[in-house]
Design a protein around this ligand. Structure first.
Ligand code: SF4
Length: 394
């Protein structure tokens, strides 16, 4: 059977903005080079000498043959003054390592088809995903290229499709939708543990759609407890972990976010979640009127990009916990930025999403650390996790 490639509009429109990039991926990353690219670069007369000084063979496997040593200032040695890559400039795109050539593009296989996406850790990708016109118009094209199929369990197919359907349901806002997705994923979890059949997801989806249409989902969300002290503990724990793990923690963009948090706790008053949540309600929400679909876009991207709620260890509830936590962290960052600037510009929004996703997507320890923070806070059960999204007692 022929395979298809699925491409969202944000991928089709993407092109690296190179010298105009506000947070170039050629600074502070660790770049791994495949064997073929390594040999090509080493054989190029204009690159050989620099390559000998800055590329260190590690010979782990062909895709991971060498690493590029960055300067003390965190710059890739091939990055020129004009912010263009020397390898690209003198030897062409085909000489770039697979990592440099493909970033921020991501390709995943689901069933027989390939799904293209972009990493939110690239600012230009973040702009297109969060604001681009036609970002979520999907193209499907047949391909002759061989694709190694990856089977998807029925529960994952249903949970993925129904999560998107719930997101597109106009009866609920994004926080209420997350509660519905959580209840759906809870059923998926039972299926993975063989406590239920996949058909339970069909019935649950029908019931959740009905609840959304009748306003019962809104009531269920409103009845969740509001626990600001609990929220603050999670926010500060995850942010401190980002401060330790962020590859660009000493750079201005991360500093801007950090300064906005510190500004909220200036003076005698310690940071408190009520202040952050008020900043969300009173400053960020009005500032986002023109971009009311911001979180719906993010959620659509997230579900598609990660093929939610599939995980390597078949743990849909763990995928859901991360989804809610990411939304909570991003909303809190937007709130502190809004308080700092008395509003939110497109630049502020891109900064919050992109800077957070640098550590979110590129640090394997992130998952382990977040899981342990959530366990310590006894954040278990869909309702408890979704209560992180409450911004007031009503
Ligand atoms: S982060 Fe994105 S836009 Fe910036 S240099 Fe890298 S690929 Fe280009």
């Amino acid at each position: 059977m022929a395979s298809n490639i699925i491409r969202p509009g944000y991928v089709g429109k993407f092109s690296c903005i190179g010298p105009d990039c506000e947070d170039s991926c050629c600074i502070d990353w660790s770049v791994h080079v495949d064997k073929q690219s390594y040999l090509k670069i080493m054989a190029h007369p204009q690159l050989k000498s620099l390559a000998e000084d800055s590329m260190q063979p590690i010979n782990v496997k062909d895709e991971d043959w060498a690493i590029i040593r960055f300067s003390e200032q965190g710059r890739c040695p091939f990055l020129q003054q004009d912010k263009l890559c020397k390898i690209h400039a003198v030897a062409g795109e085909e000489a770039l390592s697979e990592t440099c050539r493909s970033y921020p593009r991501i390709f995943r296989v689901r069933g027989d088809d390939g799904f293209e996406s972009l990493s939110l850790s690239c600012p230009e990708a973040a702009r297109l995903i969060l604001f681009g016109e036609d970002a979520f118009i999907f193209e499907r094209n047949e391909t002759e290229k061989p694709i190694q199929p990856r089977s998807v369990p029925l529960w994952a197919e249903k949970a993925y499709d129904y999560s998107i359907d719930l997101l597109l349901d106009e009866h609920s806002d994004w926080q209420q939708t997350l509660l519905a997705i959580g209840l759906l994923v809870n059923c998926a979890d039972k299926v993975t543990k063989q406590q239920a059949l996949p058909e339970l997801l069909d019935d649950t989806y029908t019931q959740l759609s009905h609840m959304a249409a009748e306003g019962e989902l809104r009531q269920a969300f409103q009845s969740l407890p509001y626990l600001p002290e609990h929220q603050l503990h999670i926010f500060l724990s995850v942010h401190s972990m980002c401060c330790d793990e962020h590859p660009r923690r000493y750079r201005p963009r991360f500093g801007e976010l950090n300064d906005a948090i510190l500004a909220m706790s200036d003076g005698k008053e310690a940071l408190n979640m009520e202040k952050i949540n008020s900043a969300w309600n009173d400053i960020a929400v009005p500032a986002l009127r023109a971009n009311e679909d911001l979180f719906s876009r993010y959620l659509l991207y997230y579900i598609y990009h990660l093929q939610f709620p599939m995980t390597a260890d078949n743990s849909p509830l763990s995928a859901f916990n991360f989804l809610v936590l990411d939304c909570f962290m991003l909303r809190s960052y937007l709130a502190v930025m809004a308080a700092r600037h008395n509003g939110l510009s497109e630049r502020d929004i891109v900064l919050c999403f992109q800077v957070y996703h640098v550590v979110r997507q590129h640090k394997p320890n992130f998952h382990k650390s977040v899981r342990s923070i959530m366990e310590q806070s006894a954040l278990t059960g869909v309702e408890a996790v979704v209560s992180l999204l409450k911004v007031s007692g009503s």
